[in-house]
Design a binder for this molecule. Sequence first.
Ligand code: SAM
Ligand code: DTB
Ligand code: SF4
Length: 345
Amino acid sequence: MPHNQTIETSPVKTSLPANLNIDSDVGKAWSDSQIETLFSLPFNELMFQAQEVHRAHFPDGDVELATLISIKTGGCPEDCGYCPQAARYETDVKASKLLDVEEVLKAAKAAKEAGSNRFCMGAAWREPKDRDIEKVAAMIRGVKALGLETCATLGMLEVEQAEALKSAGLDFYNHNLDTSEDFYRSVIKTRDYQDRLDTISNVRAAGMSVCCGGIVGMGESRRQRAAFIARLANLKPYPESVPINHLVPVAGTPLADQPPMDPLEFVRTIAVARIAMPKARVRLSAGRQELGRSVQAMCFLAGANSIFYGEQLLTTGNPEAESDLRLLAELGLKTKQSCKAEVLV
Ligand code: SAM
Ligand code: DTB
Ligand code: SF4
């Protein structure tokens, strides 16, 4: 499709397509084709438009730091094709029990001291049992008392469970759509796309903020990537936090040999997510070690404004905290609360 036929410019904001008004279109409905059209823009044009939207909604341009901890690792009954924690795949991950509250709070204190804004507790569950909810609620209360934003990702959630977590002080619940509805089945068969949508709706019903994104680079087409972003953007309201994970291919999982996606296509995905969800924190999530500094810098230029911060994700690695702070400082990017990055300049 020729680019010059799909981009119309508004007389006021000359670089924005006619279908996007950054002041009034927050929460607008997006068709898959509209999102795909954004993907197809000339790279510089896409980056420029993403920058405009980013600056309009995040004038400070700061970067949020979220630290992850795996509170219950491995042994998961689900079959997510990317996941080293699924019991059915032979990976190096050893299953372990739910961590003690003290251990979680020790990690949360360290994250706070390192300048983190948010502490996210992840469990390799299909869904938590009610007795798990009580234990996680104790962790949430402790983390909240440290002055950190709280997030948890525990699998599917009933509305009563979501309410219990909210009462304990949970600010965000992470549950990903992961990909487009039509690609989903080739990655996950043990739960439906609709189950994910139901959990997100239960989290909303409990009054919590939603952290919802997915993984790119699993072999999906650009059309399917566009449909995935459109689905996120069309949630009412769209998620406050949008983690975009770059597949980490892990030995033993069905996606272990998936070839890496084109880094520029990854940058485009970030830019499109920024334009489609102007007020969301778009997080550069798993796979940053593989991206390198230059691609990450382009992602920040494209509107990413959150990262997972700390040496470990759940079971895979993440860049060293010091090197992340150095990269942010070199790019002149402030962190959301901490002044660590400025100290290093
Ligand atoms: N068990 C819960 C669930 O599935 O909702 C919570 C933890 S699960 C590990 C959270 C998310 O991590 C997944 O939805 C997926 O997007 C991401 N993830 C898992 N393994 C990954 C990998 N190898 N590469 C990139 N992202 C991954
Ligand atoms: C999300 O979207 N990414 C995080 C968080 N939510 C829980 C998890 C990434 C996991 C990467 C693979 C691992 O470390 O096991
Ligand atoms: Fe289990 Fe979550 Fe991994 Fe799927 S992504 S196998 S639900 S831990």
